[in-house]
Design a binder for this molecule. Structure first.
Ligand code: UDP
Length: 329
């Protein structure tokens, strides 16, 4: 199987690249290294089945050439992270809209099966427990920059649906707070930030009240589900939530990280306005309903939050202090 992974040098993409190489695929990674890093693939760099291409999904010609050579595509390339969206809103929109359009159009043109990595962000401010696939979308206002990522991803899903009606074989997954080794806190993600802060002895930066609920899912559990869904004929044309059922408030997460690391860090509350500036709204509860993926491919995340936190702490401890990305407020 010849597989193209856009964003394959990123956090999730690098884990997927490893998994597919181990399964015997020939993997081409397309990454512009904006947030991805070749070092994420250091463990498989000498594999003969791996080809690394530095380039952007905004380069339609390049995308077309790579798609022509592929049997399957995992489209993971995207501008991600709350800080990225805040600081580079327009660039992020371009990547997430036009880049995806190039990939999806080429997949359709050459009849290559595609998996689109979408996001729980498309549920916007909806905080209902057990978010379902197609009927629960309540987005935030376009005047709030936070939701621009959400809007772009929702349009990506709509594109896939429209091309699907024209014959594209595609699966959409909505990822809910995927975490694990290699995720960086530089662009906003809370788990690596808290772990980095705790190990450095810096205050943990809890934004807002800390009562907001998330469900963190180990990247290995997510990555295992992606090829299973793409290989499943009945999944084509479908949208699947992928996430954990284990709920935790961000305040509680901070306490658990402090305890686990034996840190003397304090836990600070920071107003959203200070953390993100204007245009940010939080989602107070984000809990997936993954019944569809469970019924179709047996998706049940096996790693609990303690396991996830231990994995992330172990990874951070293995990196010399000078190279750790320390948190910014
Ligand atoms: N958050 C926090 N401190 C940080 C980074 C994030 O309290 O240093 C909060 C953030 O406001 C959100 C939650 O943690 O309520 C998860 O943030 P993340 O950016 O990881 O993912 P999100 O669920 O917002 O997409």
């Amino acid at each position: 199987m010849r597989t193209l992974i856009t964003g394959g040098a990123g956090f999730i993409g690098s884990h997927l690249t490893e998994a597919l190489l181990a399964a015997g695929d020939q993997v081409t990674v397309l990454d512009d290294l904006s947030t991805g890093r070749w070092e994420n693939l250091a463990g498989v760099a000498d594999r003969p089945g791996l080809r690394l291409v530095r380039g952007s999904v905004l380069d339609a010609e390049l995308v077309e050439r790579l798609v022509l050579d592929a049997d399957t595509i995992y489209h993971l390339a995207a501008a991600v992270g709350a800080f990225t969206i805040r600081d580079r809103t327009l660039d992020s929109l371009r990547t997430n809209l036009h880049g995806t359009e190039h990939v999806v159009a080429a997949a359709h043109r050459y009849d290559v099966r595609l998996l689109l990595a979408s996001t729980s962000e498309i549920y916007g401010k909806n905080d209902k427990v057990g978010l379902r696939e197609e009927d629960d979308r309540i987005i935030g206002s376009p005047t709030k920059s936070r939701w621009s990522y959400s809007e772009a991803k929702a349009i990506d899903e709509t594109l896939v649906t429209a091309y699907g009606r024209a014959g594209l074989r595609a699966v959409t997954v909505r990822l809910f707070n995927t975490v694990g080794p290699r995720q960086t806190g530089r662009y906003g993600m809370v788990v690596p930030r808290f772990v980095g802060q705790a190990l450095a002895g810096d205050p943990l930066t809890v934004y807002g009240t800390g009562d907001q609920i998330r469900c963190f899912c180990h990247v290995a559990d997510v990555v295992a589900a992606l090829p299973a869904l793409l290989a499943e004929r009945a999944a084509i044309g479908g949208v699947f939530n992928l996430g954990s059922a284990e709920q935790v408030s961000i305040g509680e997460l901070a306490r658990r990280v402090v305890t686990l690391t034996g840190s003397h860090s304090t836990i600070d509350r920071i107003p959203y306005q200070v953390a993100y500036g204007d245009g940010y709204e939080d989602m107070m509860r984000r809990v997936p309903d993954c019944r569809r993926a469970r019924e179709l491919v047996g998706f049940v995340p096996g790693r609990d939050l303690d396991t996830i936190l231990r994995d992330v702490v172990d990874e951070h401890r293995a990196v010399p202090l000078a190279r750790r990305v320390l948190a910014t407020p």
